[in-house]
Design a protein around this ligand. Structure first.
Ligand code: ARG
Length: 563
């Protein structure tokens, strides 16, 4: 149930009847004595109409229809409206997620590692943030099309093919391939003749030479099966069928150049084909091009992305397309979407949005590296997380059998890494901190998972099967009400996450919910109270557990029954 949306609609209807302009600005009450929600929009609306805000507020209170939803609104301060929901309505807000009013087809472009190398921490953010958004969109009933736009094309593959052919190496181990790649890169940087041969090899690959193609395919398969094992371990929903790599656009690229030429958008500059749009200038004010074809005829990352816009529009029918890459590509995507618009490649009513994110930093404030200064491989990072979490679980609960401690450690360790990332504002950089993320205090996954197990242990202790409880309960005492108000706020949060692509709103919600549950639990004993009270509190506890489990699942994080 979209509490916030319902309240907003009702109040804005009253605004309209009173000839007021502006939004209701409904939000959760900043302090509990202000009720459950508050509307802050009256002051601005009054100002616009040149009237006294408290008088306008009184008119709104008179005009608004909140029958069966809230008690009479109270006016506070200069014209804030305090909203207290009726207990019956509040009880009805605890149900299953409400689907979006208009289901859309949403393409989500995420993960997209470059396949010449093993996955490293640079791929973590796109992979897990993208997957959380995918899950939330699906939960709201949208049709999501995952697109893993892997870097499987271009010069690096030429180098590798050339190197393998010239050295006769043909191991199929990923670690060997990485070494070959490194050696090939060194050779490429040092030896101009090798450079030429590598470029020839790319041309061979791109023009469909079967031997090169077969070698390349073998190489891609090895790389992808490595990525898949990381996805599975991370609990990320990407599968082989979601791969739509750069190579898949190869045949469409000449057509992109033709289409741009036909629209009169193409300019030759130093032998390269470019698109110049007025809105893009360098800092000095010089025109800033998007290069779509190099002077040697080769195509670029940008050409491929333009082809992808067409594919996503025409074949996938996207109403919306979200691109999760780091913030350094922000200008690039603005240019791509602008060129696509200018060329008429996408529907004007479709929304193509770059969802940038900041960097993962070490405690020195520099990009996160191994102690030796190398890139941190994702597989190693996940192993360490699980090891640390398992040790902690053992310490907290020495009686657990070893295999159970291990499987709990897996859920806690992976969850901790993901949550530490998802709970930060996506666009900021953040410092990767083991101690903080695996702690049971603060806004962490273990804290939420622990709150969940506390609730499960109430049911175990009382020998109560939660599925036999009634679905709704009327909150009575203050801590119960406060908990119920948060339980009811779930859909609004999901809608916000889906609209803006920021998982940290959901994390913040779950953290508040768990904290409020702890406060409730301290103030309100559950087991052993008289039957009505006990049932009511059990229902609230069960609803809280449901939201925690569901919310964590939407973040791609599991729960355990005990820890
Ligand atoms: N492979 C690219 C990189 O590692 C990310 C691709 C993002 N998606 C896109 N359509 N360009 O930077």
């Amino acid at each position: 149930m979209h509490l916030k949306r319902i309240l907003t609609e009702r109040i804005e209807k009253a605004f309209a009847e009173l000839g007021l302009e502006g939004s209701a600005l409904v939000q959760a009450a900043s302090r509990p004595e202000y009720g459950d929600y508050q509307a802050n929009g009256v002051m601005a609306a009054a100002k616009k109409s040149g009237r006294n805000p408290r008088e306008v507020a009184a008119d709104v209170v008179e005009a608004v229809d909140l029958d069966g939803i809230a008690h009479d609104l109270e006016i506070a301060g200069p014209g804030f409206l305090n909203i207290t929901l009726t207990p019956e309505f509040l009880a009805s807000t605890a149900g299953a997620v409400t689907p979006a009013e208009q289901a859309q087809t949403v393409v989500v472009d995420y993960s997209a590692p470059n396949l010449a190398k093993e996955m490293h921490v640079g791929h973590l953010r796109s992979t897990i943030i993208g997957d959380a958004i995918v899950r939330v969109l699906e939960a709201l009933g949208h049709t999501v099309i995952r697109q893993n736009h892997v870097g499987d094309w271009g010069t690096q593959f030429g180098m590798l093919l050339c190197y393998l052919a010239e050295t006769g190496e043909d191991s199929t181990e990923l670690a060997d391939l990485e070494n070959f790649y490194r050696a090939a890169k060194t050779k490429f940087d040092e030896d101009p003749q090798f450079q030429d041969r590598a470029r020839q090899a790319v041309v061979g690959l791109q023009s469909g030479d079967p031997d090169a193609g077969a070698q390349w395919q073998k190489f891609i398969d090895i790389s992808m099966s490595h990525c898949q094992s990381i996805y599975d371990r991370l609990g990320v929903t990407l599968k082989a069928e979601h791969i739509q790599g750069e190579s898949s656009y190869n045949e469409a690229l000449p057509g992109i150049i033709d289409a741009l030429a036909e629209k009169g958008l193409l300019t030759e500059s130093d032998g390269a084909q470019c698109v110049f749009l007025d809105e893009f200038k360098t800092r000095k004010g010089d025109p800033l091009p998007v290069i779509v074809q190099k002077s040697d005829g080769g195509y670029l990352y940008a050409t491929t992305d333009l082809a992808a816009v067409i594919y996503r529009t025409e074949s996938l029918n996207a109403d919306r397309a979200l691109y999760f890459t780091d913030a350094r590509q922000a200008l690039y995507f603005r240019q791509i979407f602008a060129v696509a618009n200018a060329a008429g490649f996408n529907r004007t009513d479709a929304h193509f949005e770059h969802m940038p994110f900041g960097a993962m930093l070490g405690d020195d404030g520099k990009p996160f590296k191994t102690r030796e200064g190398g890139v941190v491989k994702l597989a190693d990072l996940l192993d360490e997380a699980v090891e640390r979490a398992t040790a902690l679980v053992r310490e907290k609960n020495p009686d657990l059998p070893a295999d159970e401690a291990q499987s709990i450690g897996e859920v806690i360790g992976i969850g901790a890494i993901k949550y530490a990332d998802l709970s930060k504002n996506r666009t900021s950089d953040y410092v990767f901190d083991w101690e903080q993320m695996i702690s049971f205090d603060g806004n962490t996954a273990p804290y939420l998972q622990y709150a969940y197990t506390r609730i499960q242990s109430i049911f175990r202790r009382g020998s109560i099967d939660p599925s036999t409880l009634p679905e709704e309960a009327i909150a009575a005492e203050d801590p119960e009400r406060k908990l119920a108000v948060l339980i009811g706020g779930f859909d609004d949060v999901l809608e916000q996450v889906a609209a803006e692509g920021y998982p940290h709103f959901l994390c913040g919600y779950l953290y508040d919910l768990a904290t409020r549950f702890m406060q409730f639990y301290e103030a309100c004993p559950v087991l052993g109270e008289d039957e009505d009270v006990q049932t009511r509190r059990l229902v609230l506890s069960n609803q809280t557990a449901g939201r925690l489990r569901n919310g964590l699942d939407l973040l791609g994080i599991g729960v355990v029954e005990r820890m």
